[in-house]
Design a protein around this ligand. Structure first.
Ligand SMILES: Cc1cc2nc3c(=O)[nH]c(=O)nc-3n(C[C@H](O)[C@H](O)[C@H](O)COP(=O)(O)OP(=O)(O)OC[C@H]3O[C@@H](n4cnc5c(N)ncnc54)[C@H](O)[C@@H]3O)c2cc1C
Length: 410
């Protein structure tokens, strides 16, 4: 039986960031990844804050030469109203840009760079069962030929994303408090795109704040377009080989001409009921990171940022643990990650209950407030000096109330 220091489950952003950090510390690390890469994954618009984690794990330099589409901001629209955020105009001093990526290429780049650093990355190897104890973890996996193998490690980082390997095996999942929603998406040719349209994610709100549509341009001239809303509507829009989906896009002024004649790169795919929580993010011999923990909602593109943030922090704590230092997993890991998730939870709630939209679509918006909100949208949700982080649970509601009163008076 092969014995290693750390076994990472999943070669998405959470897993590769964790593995890269640990191999740099001198550990023997393997990743077991169910799929053959490159593989499609949703989650294409990154946030500037994730550049910090890619950098610290040593993966950023492998991504830079790939020439992914630079992203410098986000534009929100509702009917005729429009509000643009530029990451260069934000409160927290941090990254002012990031990328929009086809995850097949991005994740392959991360996985290859991780392997080049000395991590054994095994594709098409699906984890089937796990037995955990304080210092000996036994993992059974199936190889591409269907043969079963066993690997032993001192510690496990579960970064299996939507696969949720340990939450499923150890009954750790917990339902989300958000209304279940779904998304339907594809990539389209985008030959009519303007330069301004390239650097941003575009989000249109419709259906009384219940639904929205994204446009995420890529560097190869194609664009990801996705519709988020009630699950029944999403299932309906997926039908008919993409005809209903393409027709629906024509309802939005600046997408109408742009995609009228565009060919779909693949038939629309959908994903339903993706919001999920977790009872705890760690246990004897293991820690969860990325989407294996909690996934809220795609509206603010926070998934990869949380995957890389939690991937890196889980690796740092694992390093401490393997050095024989006492780790308070609750305080030093779970509570830290949870704090960031809770900030975004307030903004996701504010998006669907209308408070966030009242603020960004107000006739006037205080520039300091806008810059502080911009830092949240850039992913800097651990910056407690930002009032829009610190008072996240009340500030949107209070400000929206003031704006509504003011706009009624005018
Ligand atoms: C509709 C929608 C839109 C989104 N848009 C965005 C966005 O614009 N920006 C953003 O940042 N995020 C977005 N997200 C979220 C994003 O998809 C995830 O947060 C992100 O991919 C999480 O990364 P991860 O590394 O945790 O997991 P993943 O990227 O899912 O990687 C996990 C890996 O684990 C592997 N795995 C699973 N089971 C097993 C097993 N049994 N054995 C071995 N390997 C296994 C999988 O094959 C996979 O490769 C969106 C989500 C949804 C639902």
């Amino acid at each position: 039986m092969q014995t290693i220091d750390v076994l990472v489950i999943g070669a998405g952003p959470a897993g590769t960031v964790a593995a890269s950090y640990l191999v740099k510390q001198g550990y023997k690390v393997s990743i077991l990844e169910k799929e053959k890469f490159p593989r499609f994954q949703i989650g294409e618009s990154l946030l500037p804050c994730c550049m910090e984690y890619l950098d610290e794990s040593g993966l950023l330099e492998a991504v830079i030469p790939k020439g992914f589409q630079k992203k410098t901001g986000a534009a929100f629209m509702r009917g005729e109203k429009r509000c643009e955020f530029y990451f260069s105009e934000q409160y927290t001093k941090g990254w002012t840009w990031t990328w929009q990526v086809k995850r097949a290429d991005f994740d392959l780049t991360l996985a290859e760079a991780t392997r080049a650093k000395g991590v054994d990355v095994l594709f098409e190897c699906e984890v089937i069962s796990v037995q955990c104890s304080p210092d000996r973890q036994i993992v059974e996996y199936k190889d591409p030929e269907g043969a079963l193998h066993v690997i032993e490690s001192k510690f496990i980082i579960d970064s299996s994303g939507y696969g949720r390997v340990l939450p499923r095996l150890f009954d750790l999942s917990k339902p989300s408090a958000f209304t279940p929603r779904g998304a339907v998406f594809s990539h389209l040719e985008d030959i009519n795109r303007t330069e301004d349209a390239s650097n941003n994610i575009f989000v249109h709100s419709f259906d009384n704040n219940r639904s929205w549509i994204w446009a995420i341009p890529f560097s190869d001239g194609s664009t990801s377009v996705g519709i988020v809303g009630d699950q029944e509507k999403i299932v309906e829009l997926t039908e008919n080989n993409g005809e209903k989906y393409k027709e629906f896009i024509q309802n939005f002024a600046d997408l109408k001409g742009r995609f009228k004649e565009s060919k779909l790169k693949f038939e629309p795919k959908n994903i339903l009921g993706y919001s999920i929580g977790v009872k705890q993010m760690f246990g004897e011999g293991f820690v969860l990171s990325g989407n294996s923990t909690e996934f809220l909602d795609p509206i603010f593109s926070s998934g990869v940022t949380f995957a890389t943030a939690s991937g890196l922090l889980s690796a740092k704590m694992t390093h401490k643990h393997l050095q024989g230092e006492a780790v308070d997993w609750k305080t030093d890991y779970e509570d830290v990650i949870q704090k960031g998730i809770d900030v975004f939870r307030s903004y996701v709630s504010g998006w669907y209950n209308g408070d966030f939209q009242t603020i960004v679509f107000a006739k006037e918006i205080d520039l300091d407030f806008k810059n502080q909100i911009c830092s949240v949208l850039a992913g800097y949700v651990w910056d407690q000096s930002n009032p829009f982080v610190k008072k996240h649970d009340t500030i949107l509601g209070t400000l929206a109330k003031v704006i509504r009163m003011k706009e009624r008076e005018v």
